[in-house]
Design a binder for this molecule. Structure first.
Ligand code: N01
Length: 539
């Protein structure tokens, strides 16, 4: 017998747990289905050494409870993965969330029945749930690419994936280690692994821009200061373009005198981390401004790396800063000055595969004890396409989105009534503080469900013409930026054959929230709210 609830939420990460809390507060019954044996989503899976958040912890934390805000004590400006996971566990226990979370439950399929206005959700162990609503809170970077190179099965050493890190940890002491990939994960783990391993070789395909994290312990004074003014801080974050809490210099980088610009960039470099992109208002919008910022970073990299060949190879070229997600690091570039660290440029001498004792490029063979893949994810849609989600008209989500995701404001898609997505494609998602953005969406969503319950609404479904218009708008906004110039996971380039469409909404969290508010105030424009079946007259 299926278990019957009001809402099935898939995913017990930050977004899913927040949805559970708020839905329960409003009296809805909820089942959160989580494939792993623990809650936490990406913060549970990405346990690689050096993993930490690159949004400040005071901002990358829930805002729904003032008491929680006051009682939790972050130890560092950018918390490490174990501390973030501990925070998530604390929240789950403090608000008694675990009793509605089904762990070790991999959803294999979900099907909507228009006659019954009901979703049926199945898991791999044969259990099922019936729910009026389905909420997809599966994350944007939670399906790793699972890269393999030929010969991997015959490799005598250990192979690890950054996003499926062994729970028991990995001992690097005295080991020869390879890291493949230089995105945020590779950049974060490089200094930490280098400090332990006998030798570290980093295989780089594309040199990455990276900004220093300027991480530091949080002092008691700073903690007290933030907590005394937390509401203002949250407000500031929600009203900043990317949810990071600071606003760009309102001028163009091109209109500022050179010496003044250098001072501003230096200040941003030393403090802002990921927010360096906001040093001036148009770094991500104007090629000339971007070139000034990109050149500044290249000079900074040059100052850090001693060896001329390595320096040249580590210098990002051919794409504007920020159009692929930059990393935020804890001494990445300087790590290549260590005796035990070497860079291999696999864009020049491609990685061909494994040997029984290591890796082989077109130029050389290397012996390793441990090979780490930090090769990224099937971003945005990878997880949403995991289970077979069948809408009300016999089409799966994967089929419907064969040419790229299409949504009304990132929240719902026509043909899939009563199904909503949190921080998915079409919303600010990975271009913003994802946690802040997910709370905004959950608030909007729960208000809508309360209205539906109060007014006897049977089905909520995105309108086809509204989602077409939203997609066109997402593309228009993206064209105002430099993002489309560079192949990246923002536009589907990380997986061969994936539709090359721009996935997130680039207009910022503040603007997006205003649109959400307007949508609600105008009666949920772009959605049909029906009290009777779709083939009956819509209200
Ligand atoms: O993945 P990536 P990531 N052979 O896709 C290379 C978030 N995150 O896990 O660029 C060899 O950025 C690939 O090369 P190329 C954050 O949003 C956040 O590092 O395709 N190399 C690239 O260098 C981040 O942006 C934190 O040429 C291959 C790398 O692998 C996102 O997750 C920390 C390859 C992949 O980089 C993803 O980061 C960590 C192959 N077959 C992650 N395939 C925080 O701090 C790919 N590469 C919050």
């Amino acid at each position: 017998m299926p278990q019957s609830v009001d809402v099935v939420v898939i995913g017990a990460g930050f977004a899913g747990l927040r949805a559970l809390y708020s839905l329960r507060e409003q009296g809805f019954s909820v089942a959160v289905l989580e494939r792993d044996e623990e809650i936490g989503g990406v913060w549970n899976f990405n346990r690689y050494p050096g993993a930490r958040c690159d949004v400040e912890s005071f901002d990358y934390s829930y805002r729904f409870s003032k008491e929680l805000e006051q009682e939790w004590r972050w130890s560092e400006r950018y918390a490490q993965q174990p501390e973030i996971l501990e925070y998530i566990r604390h929240v789950a226990d403090r608000f008694d969330l675990r009793r509605d979370v089904e762990l070790n439950t991999t959803v294999t399929g979900a099907r909507y029945d228009r006659d019954a206005a009901c979703w049926t959700v199945q898991s791999d162990d044969g259990r099922s749930w019936e729910a009026k609503y389905l909420l997809l809170a599966m994350g944007q970077l939670s399906t790793p690419k699972n890269t393999t190179y030929p010969g991997q099965d015959d490799f005598a050493g250990q192979v690890c994936y950054s996003a499926r890190w062994p729970r028991e940890g990995v001992d690097f002491e005295g080991k020869r280690v390879a890291i493949i990939g230089t995105g945020s994960s590779g950049v974060q783990m490089t200094p930490v692994v280098a400090a332990k391993a006998k030798q570290l070789t980093v295989f780089q395909r594309t040199a990455n821009y990276s900004i220093p994290a300027a991480n530091a312990p949080v002092s008691d004074e700073e903690d007290a200061q933030v907590k005394a003014h937390y509401a203002e801080r949250r407000d500031q974050a929600r009203n900043s373009p990317s949810g990071l809490g600071f606003k760009p210099d309102p001028r163009s980088a091109t209109e500022v005198p050179e010496d003044e610009r250098e001072v501003a960039l230096e200040k941003a470099w030393n403090r802002l981390g990921f927010g360096f992109a906001l040093a001036f208002k148009d770094i991500l919008l104007n090629e000339e401004s971007n070139a000034l910022a990109s050149d500044f970073i290249r000079r900074k990299i040059a100052e850090q790396v001693d060896d001329p060949w390595t320096r040249e190879k580590l210098t990002p070229k051919g794409f504007p800063f920020g159009t692929r997600r930059p990393a935020v690091d804890g001494g990445y570039f300087k790590t290549f000055n260590r005796e035990n660290v070497r860079l291999v440029d696999i864009s020049e001498t491609p990685l061909e595969g494994f040997t029984p004792t290591g890796l082989r490029t077109s130029a050389e063979e290397f012996d390793f004890d441990i090979v780490i893949y930090a090769t990224g994810f099937d971003a945005f849609t990878g997880s949403l396409f995991g289970p077979e989600i069948m809408g009300g008209d016999g089409q799966t989500l994967k089929e419907k989105w064969a040419d790229g995701p299409i949504t009304q404001m990132g929240l719902g898609t026509a043909g899939f009534p009563n199904m909503f997505i949190i921080v998915g494609p079409g919303s600010p998602s990975l271009l913003a503080n994802v946690l802040l953005s997910s709370e905004d969406q959950v608030d909007w969503y729960v208000d809508l469900l309360v209205k539906a319950r109060d007014e006897g609404i049977r089905e909520i479904e995105a309108r086809p013409e509204a989602e077409k218009a939203w997609n066109a708008y997402v593309n228009e906004r993206a064209k105002e930026t430099l993002y489309m110039q560079t192949p990246s996971f923002y536009n589907g380039a990380e997986i061969p054959g994936k539709p090359r469409v721009f996935m997130p909404y680039s207009g910022g969290v503040r603007h997006y929230r205003r649109l959400l508010e307007k949508c609600a105030a105008d009666g949920y424009t772009g959605f049909d709210l029906r009290k009777a079946r779709a083939d009956a007259k819509a209200d």
